[in-house]
Design a protein around this ligand. Structure first.
Ligand SMILES: Nc1nc2c(ncn2[C@@H]2O[C@H](COP(=O)(O)OP(=O)(O)O[C@H]3O[C@H](CO)[C@@H](O)[C@H](O)[C@@H]3O)[C@@H](O)[C@H]2O)c(=O)[nH]1
Ligand SMILES: [Mg+2]
Length: 197
């Protein structure tokens, strides 16, 4: 484990794209473990971070997931580009707990008063500056205001799936669920919320 002083010195920062999010190229000198300084460059896409939630009902032993089109998944050649995910959103400079409460309503239509923080994780640290805050929240089936579906003007067209937890686990194991935050959330639930049947 490294204990000595500055690890890098930034030499130059180029903005390669500043559109939806910002993509920058950092040139820096990196202090190697053998004491040498080595010049490197890395492209970093900064999304501003995100939050996600596992909506569950302990008594019914169910979870609520979403299904939506994801362009990178389509480009990867996976079927029609549709991905099953836990509800999630970009932070947009808001507190993660507030953001995820709004996102639950926008995407699923459920109204949830209490969310619990589970953990935080870097999802793709080689090139994406995105830390995701993971939450869990218990939903009540009769607390659904509308059908959710996301914000149409932003191009969202989200299907809401209420599944038994065991079915969701089977889908994770047979590859129908392939989204990292969803797999992490279901595994967290198996450890801390439900035992696996
Ligand atoms: N116009 C435009 N829209 C975009 C672009 N990229 C994404 N969008 C759309 O902008 C909306 C953002 O919705 P949010 O619900 O706030 O974010 P999210 O895309 O669901 O992001 C969450 O999940 C991601 C995937 O796991 C996470 O990466 C992210 O941190 C967050 O948790 C989505 O409909 C998305 O398709 C873009 O380049 N241009
Ligand atoms: Mg979303």
């Amino acid at each position: 484990m490294r204990t000595r002083g500055p690890l890098i010195k930034i030499v130059n920062v180029d903005t390669l794209s500043d559109d939806w999010h910002v993509l920058k190229k950092y040139t820096f000198d990196f202090h190697r473990q053998d004491g040498q300084w080595q010049r490197q460059s890395r492209e970093v896409y900064d999304t501003g971070g995100g939050a996600t939630v596992l909506l569950y009902n302990r008594q019914l032993r169910t979870v609520v997931l979403t299904r939506q089109f994801r362009m990178p998944v389509y480009l990867d050649g996976r079927d029609d580009g549709m991905l099953i995910e836990t509800p999630a959103g970009m932070l947009e400079n808001e507190a993660p707990a507030d953001r995820i409460r709004d996102e639950i309503e926008e995407e699923t239509g459920y109204c949830v008063t209490q969310v619990s923080k589970a953990f935080e994780a870097y999802m793709s640290p080689g090139s994406v500056k995105e830390k995701v805050f993971f939450f869990t929240a218990e939903y009540q089936p009769d607390k659904r205001r509308d059908g959710g579906g996301g914000v149409e003007s932003e191009g969202e067209d989200i299907e809401v799936l209420e599944l038994s937890f065991d079915e969701a686990c089977r889908m994770m194991e047979n590859g129908e669920i392939m989204d990292a935050k969803t797999i992490m959330s279901l595994q967290y639930a198996a450890l801390h919320l439900f035992g696996r049947a």
